[in-house]
Ligand binder design. Structure first.
Ligand SMILES: NC(=O)c1ccc[n+]([C@@H]2O[C@H](COP(=O)([O-])OP(=O)(O)OC[C@H]3O[C@@H](n4cnc5c(N)ncnc54)[C@H](OP(=O)(O)O)[C@@H]3O)[C@@H](O)[C@H]2O)c1
Length: 384
C-alpha cells in the first residue's frame, strides 16, 4: 500500500471486528479512526486503549449508562446508534468496515454509502434487505462496496480472470454446517449447542445458526446478485465440507477459477482493507504438501429448504428480502432463547414470506415497515 488508510470498524467487538483488528495489528498502513460495540463494552474499552482511535461508539446508550470509559486520553466516547451513522460519514475516514450484525447494521452502512466511502461489507443483511436502494445509492455517491464475506471475496477475486460478459455462472461454496448428514428425525431434535458447533468456521452466534440452517447461503445468493449484478439463474451453490475453496467463477469457455485458503476471515477482511494491493498478513496459509481431500456435492434441498428461499427472494426482489431477513433474525433469536425448535426457523420464514403483501419497488420506509411486520408475524407464529 502506498499510503495510510483510515478505517472505521463498526462492530469491532464482534467476530469480524476482532479479526479486522488482528489484521490491523500486523499490516502496516491501516489506521483505526473509530470503533464501535453494543453490549461488550469491556472489550470496546480494551480495544480503545490498544488502538487509540479518535472515536468509539457505544451503540446502545442504555447499556452504556454507568459504564466507566475513563482513561481514554485521546479518544472521544460517543453514545447511541445515530453516532454510528456520523462516524460512517466522517471526512477523515477512507474505509468503513460494516461488521454490525443484522438489520442494526443497515443505517450506518447506508450512511457510509451515501457519503461515497469505500465500504468493506460484512453486513450482508443490508444488501438482502435493500440491495436495489444501496446499489443505486452507491452509483450516485461514487461509493465502492467491497465484499468481506469469504465467498464473495473469492468471487470478486476470481472475476478478475475475465470480462463481465465472459462470466457463465458464479458457484458459491457452502460447508454444509454441522447437520450435512442429518436425517429429518435428527434435524427435529437439534439443540442450541449442536447448532452453534460449526465444523469449520468460528463466527458470531447469528451467522453460525444461519450456517447450520443454510439460511446464510440463501442470504449470500441474494448478496451475490447485488454485488455482481448477476441473475439468480447464474448462481449455483455446492456443498464443500472442507471450506478451503471459498467460491468459484465459471467462464463461458468452461474454465472454473477458484480462490483457496484455510477457513479464516482475516484474509477476506484484509483484502477488502488493502484493496487493490495485496500485502503479507496474519492469515494462515494452505499447506499443499500435506494430504487433503476437496469434496463437492450438490445441496440437498429437502434437508436445507432455506436455500430455496434465497433463490425465491433473488428472483422476486422488492420487499421479499426485508421480510425474509426480519423473519429469520426473529426466528434465530427465538431458537436461541428456546422458544422454537431448529426446524421451525425455516418453516416460519417460508410461511411469513408467503403471506406478505408484496411490494415490487419499496422505498426505505416501506422496507422498514416490512421488517417490522415480519417480526410481528414471527411473534404471532410462535404463539399460534
Ligand atoms: N463472523 C464471520 O465469520 C462472518 C463471515 C462473513 C460475514 N459475516 C457477517 O458479518 C456481520 C457480523 O458478524 P459477526 O459474526 O462478526 O457478528 P457478532 O460476532 O455477533 O458481532 C456483531 C457486532 O455487532 C455489534 N452489534 C450487535 N447488535 C448491535 C446493535 N443493535 N447496534 C449496534 N451494534 C450492534 C456487536 O456488538 P457487541 O458484541 O458489543 O454487542 C458486535 O460488535 C454479520 O452481518 C455476518 O453475517 C460474518
Amino acid at each position: 500500500m502506498t499510503r495510510t488508510k483510515n478505517i472505521a470498524i463498526l462492530g469491532s467487538t464482534g467476530s469480524i471486528g476482532q479479526s479486522a483488528l488482528e489484521v490491523v495489528r500486523s499490516v502496516p498502513g491501516l489506521n483505526v479512526v473509530a470503533i464501535s460495540g453494543c453490549n461488550n463494552l469491556e472489550l470496546l474499552a480494551k480495544q480503545a486503549k490498544e488502538f487509540s482511535p479518535q472515536y468509539i461508539v457505544a451503540a446502545d446508550s442504555e447499556v452504556a449508562a454507568g459504564f466507566d470509559f475513563s482513561g481514554l486520553a485521546d479518544t472521544e466516547v460517543l453514545y447511541g446508534a445515530s453516532e454510528l451513522d456520523r462516524i460512517a460519514a466522517l471526512p477523515e475516514v477512507d474505509i468503513v468496515l460494516a461488521a454490525i450484525v443484522g438489520i442494526a447494521g443497515l443505517p450506518s452502512t447506508w450512511a457510509a454509502v451515501e457519503s461515497g466511502k469505500t465500504v468493506a461489507l460484512a453486513n450482508k443483511e443490508t444488501l438482502v434487505v435493500a440491495g436495489h436502494l444501496i446499489t443505486d445509492l452507491a452509483s450516485q455517491s461514487g461509493a465502492t462496496i467491497l465484499p468481506v464475506d469469504s465467498e464473495h471475496s473469492a468471487v470478486f477475486q476470481a472475476l478478475k480472470s475475465g470480462k463481465d460478459h465472459e462470466v457463465a455462472r458464479i458457484v458459491l461454496t457452502a460447508s454444509g454446517g454441522p447437520f450435512r448428514e442429518f436425517n429429518q428425525e435428527q434435524l427435529s431434535t437439534v439443540t442450541i449447542e449442536q447448532a452453534l458447533a460449526h465444523p469449520t468456521w468460528d463466527m458470531g452466534q447469528k451467522i453460525t445458526i444461519d450456517s447450520a440452517t443454510m439460511m446464510n447461503k440463501a442470504l449470500e445468493v441474494i448478496e451475490a446478485k447485488w454485488l455482481f449484478s448477476v441473475g439468480p439463474q447464474q448462481i449455483d451453490v455446492v456443498i464443500h465440507p472442507q471450506s478451503m475453496v471459498h467460491s468459484l467463477v465459471e467462464f463461458v469457455d468452461g474454465s472454473l477459477v477458484a480462490q483457496m485458503s484455510p477457513p479464516d476471515m482475516m484474509l477476506p477482511i484484509q483484502y477488502a482493507l488493502t484493496y487493490p494491493a495485496r500485502v503479507a498478513g496474519p492469515s494462515p496459509k494452505l499447506d499443499l504438501t500435506s494430504a487433503m481431500n476437496l469434496e463437492f456435492f450438490p445441496p440437498d434441498l429437502e434437508r436445507f429448504p432455506a436455500l430455496e428461499l434465497g433463490f425465491d427472494v433473488a428472483r422476486f426482489g422488492g420487499s421479499t428480502g426485508a421480510v425474509l431477513n426480519a423473519a429469520n433474525e426473529a426466528a434465530v433469536e427465538a431458537f436461541l432463547t428456546q422458544k422454537i425448535s431448529y426446524t421451525d426457523i425455516v418453516t416460519a420464514c417460508r410461511e411469513i414470506l408467503d403471506q406478505h403483501n408484496f411490494e415490487p419497488h419499496p422505498t426505505l420506509p416501506q422496507l422498514i415497515a416490512a421488517d417490522r411486520w415480519a417480526r410481528q408475524e414471527m411473534s404471532k407464529w410462535m404463539v399460534a
